[in-house]
Design a protein around this ligand. Structure first.
Ligand SMILES: NC(=O)c1ccc[n+]([C@@H]2O[C@H](COP(=O)([O-])OP(=O)(O)OC[C@H]3O[C@@H](n4cnc5c(N)ncnc54)[C@H](OP(=O)(O)O)[C@@H]3O)[C@@H](O)[C@H]2O)c1
Length: 316
């Protein structure tokens, strides 16, 4: 099976690329920027806003499946330039599903828990979304356009906060925490902002399984098996790398809402029905944290500055 993978250089796309190769698929990865880095040499640069080029490329390639992980994926980046973000998060997603339908390819689109406002009980995929951020609104619009374009051979997978090892070492929560410590930047995390994180590798396994299961179509939820506050997750990350908890300042979303703006306080997912239909199991926080690595660029600094670097044992 030949798979066109958009966003291959991102946190999730990178894991999917490796999972596809591991399971014998032909992965054709795309990124936006130049592919100067050696690890991206097999990928192609293609701006998803360029309708003509995207169409031509996919007609030439004629893949059996298209996976869309390309996005402006942080709420802050979306707020800085909402129009540009909309072209990538919404218009490009619609273009890809339309081409995919024309090619008769399977289409997998990635969405987010940020389409919800964050109430107390776990969300089902049938619950009514109510995004608080522009990012959440764009992701919801994309979902609607993708699911309106076709009801065959299509999956929209909503996922939660991602742990993992990004190719550039700067995307996931632990990579940002280590960078903050290195730069002596303040690290303030809320103990009343709950998430149900999953790992990029685990989601990659789900997505590749979904490619192999053409009977599973529509909108699904996926997450890890544990719910945790952002503060507690930060403490577990510090512990995994042998840093003391003094680097994180505990705070409260409730009391800081005016400073940080409206954001969902409690985003958790009901994983049925998908969890009962596939082999991949949701991962615990402990499993996710154990697989985190110090980014290569930070390794020398890390050995010199961690309170107890002997705690960091790499699992091979
Ligand atoms: N990270 C999370 O915690 C999280 C949580 C829930 C849902 N999600 C969703 O999961 C998906 C993947 O997120 P991620 O964190 O892996 O994203 P990411 O690390 O920010 O990667 C984004 C990818 O999109 C590519 N891209 C950006 N603009 C593009 C354009 N105009 N044309 C072509 N490619 C473009 C980037 O290429 P370059 O590298 O060349 O810039 C990169 O490969 C997104 O849909 C996101 O909304 C993420």
């Amino acid at each position: 099976m030949k798979v066109a993978l958009f966003g291959a250089s991102g946190l999730l796309g990178w894991s999917i690329h490796h999972e596809l190769e591991r399971r014998g698929f032909q992965s054709c990865g795309y990124l936006l920027g130049e592919k100067q880095e050696k690890r991206f040499q097999s990928f192609r640069s293609l701006d998803l806003r360029n309708e003509q080029k995207v169409t031509r490329e996919l007609l030439d390639l004629w893949p059996d499946a298209i996976i869309n992980c390309a996005a402006v994926s942080s709420p802050d980046a979306v707020n800085k330039n909402p129009k540009l973000a909309d072209e990538i998060n919404v218009d490009a997603a619609q273009r890809l599903v339309e081409i995919s339908a024309h090619l008769g390819a399977r289409f997998v689109h990635i969405s987010t828990d940020m389409v919800f406002e964050g109430r107390d009980e776990p969300y089902r995929s049938t619950d009514r979304p109510c995004p608080l951020s522009e990012y959440g609104k764009q992701k919801l619009n994309a979902e609607k356009r993708v699911l309106a374009a076709t009801d065959e051979n299509v999956v929209v997978l909503r996922i939660t906060l991602l742990n993992g090892n990004s190719p550039r070492g700067n995307r996931s929560p632990h990579e940002r925490i280590l960078e903050c410590i290195k730069n002596k930047d303040p690290l303030i995390l809320f103990d009343d902002e709950y998430r149900q994180p999953c790992s990029a590798d685990n989601v990659a396994s789900v997505i590749v399984e979904l490619l192999e299961r053409p009977n599973l179509n529509g909108l699904f939820h996926w997450a890890g098996s544990d719910v945790i506050s952002r503060y507690e997750l930060g403490i577990k990350i510090l512990d995994r790398f042998g840093f003391s908890s003094k680097y994180i300042t505990k705070s409260s979303l409730l009391t800081e809402i005016n400073r940080v703006g409206q954001r969902p306080s409690n985003l958790t997912f009901e994983l049925a029905p998908l969890v009962g239909k596939i082999k991949t199991k949701p991962e615990s926080i402990a499993e996710q944290v154990e697989n985190l690595k110090v980014p290569n660029d930070l390794f020398s600094w890390y050995r010199m500055h961690a309170d107890d670097p002997t705690k960091y044992i790499l699992r091979i």
